[in-house]
Design a protein around this ligand. Structure first.
Ligand SMILES: NC(=O)c1ccc[n+]([C@@H]2O[C@H](COP(=O)([O-])OP(=O)(O)OC[C@H]3O[C@@H](n4cnc5c(N)ncnc54)[C@H](OP(=O)(O)O)[C@@H]3O)[C@@H](O)[C@H]2O)c1
Length: 281
């Protein structure tokens, strides 16, 4: 925890401008990219946001941006690949802010390669961070959400988990399994007012993805983290009577920037037709 003091709860009513006032959101991956953008969006809508990741300097920067904009946030440092990291992070946020109303799992990592190229280490990392951590955090927040009769669990999946993208390796498989986890959570809990959705982006301009300029793709053909964040904030502010698809694709319009194109660009930048250690940073 990098911010020991907990800002006081605001008791202002929910308004059209701040529909998430009084809600507590926990956003993993809040130190950068899509997670940081989602944290800012949810805070702008009134939620009190806990951002969770490993890099405390970047977590603090996200918190500062939110506070400067008039929102409420705090940072919780955690490595979500450790056996107790996910549930400990939930417990810490619960102690500081109360039960989590909105859980957004955006932390993720990518290692590419054909199935025959995937090492045990990379297989384990993809599944521990991209699938086990969301599962453990969802399991930890669900009892409170069910009790409250309200909750959102949002997982940031990937188009590579929805499509069969050659070279997506353990990353694509972990994201496909994440989709099923979300579908099950939603089916099992929607009668209690708890909903779950997987937002599956295509190519987004972040440190995790191949730089579009390097791949000869104009930057504005690729999504921004804010595009994904606004999709998430739109979803979690829909009225409870409205049910939408559990798997929401969120992709660039340009075919040059679809999931396969992003993967091909990442594999090419790694210097191989197929990747070995290929993290497309
Ligand atoms: N960019 C794309 O084109 C794209 C497309 C589809 C889906 N996605 C998905 O979007 C999500 C966010 O990625 P991004 O593009 O925003 O990349 P990013 O900026 O690299 O974000 C990844 C986040 O995961 C966190 N993280 C990594 N390992 C962690 C660990 N062991 N414990 C806790 N947190 C950890 C990182 O924080 P720390 O390093 O500070 O821990 C960081 O905040 C991922 O799930 C990714 O699969 C991205």
């Amino acid at each position: 925890m990098t911010n020991a003091t907990t800002p006081p709860r605001r008791s202002a009513p929910r308004t059209p401008e701040e529909p998430l006032n009084g809600r507590t959101a926990l956003v993993t991956g809040g130190s950068s990219g899509i997670g940081a953008a989602i944290a800012q969006e949810l805070a702008a809508l009134g939620a009190h946001v806990a951002v969770v990741a490993r890099r405390t300097d970047l977590l603090d920067a996200t918190v500062s941006r939110i506070r400067q904009a008039g929102g409420r946030a705090l940072a919780v440092a955690a490595d979500l690949t450790t056996p107790t990291g996910p549930q400990d992070a939930v417990a810490q946020v619960r102690d500081l802010l109360g039960p989590v109303d909105i859980l957004v799992c955006a932390a993720g990592a990518v290692r590419l390669g054909g199935v025959d190229e995937v090492s045990d280490r990379h297989w384990n990392l993809m599944f521990t961070l991209n699938l086990d951590a969301p599962f453990r955090m969802a399991r930890a927040v669900l009892p409170d959400m069910r009790h409250a009769g309200y909750g959102w669990i949002v997982a940031i999946g990937s188009a590579a988990g929805a499509d069969i993208v050659p070279g997506s390796g353990a990353y694509g498989i972990s994201k496909a399994a994440l989709n099923r986890l979300v579908e099950l959570i939603d089916e099992e809990n929607r009668a209690c007012g708890v909903r779950a959705v997987a937002v599956c982006p295509g190519w987004v301009r972040t440190a995790l993805a191949q730089d579009p300029a390097e791949a000869g793709i104009p930057e504005d053909e690729v999504l921004s983290p804010q595009d994904v964040a606004q999709t998430v904030s739109w979803l979690v502010t829909r009225p409870s009577r409205l049910r939408l698809d559990r798997i929401v694709r969120c992709e660039p319009t340009s075919p040059r920037a679809d999931a396969t194109a992003a993967m091909v660009a990442a594999l090419a930048s790694s210097g191989r037709g197929r990747a070995e250690e290929g993290t497309p940073r």
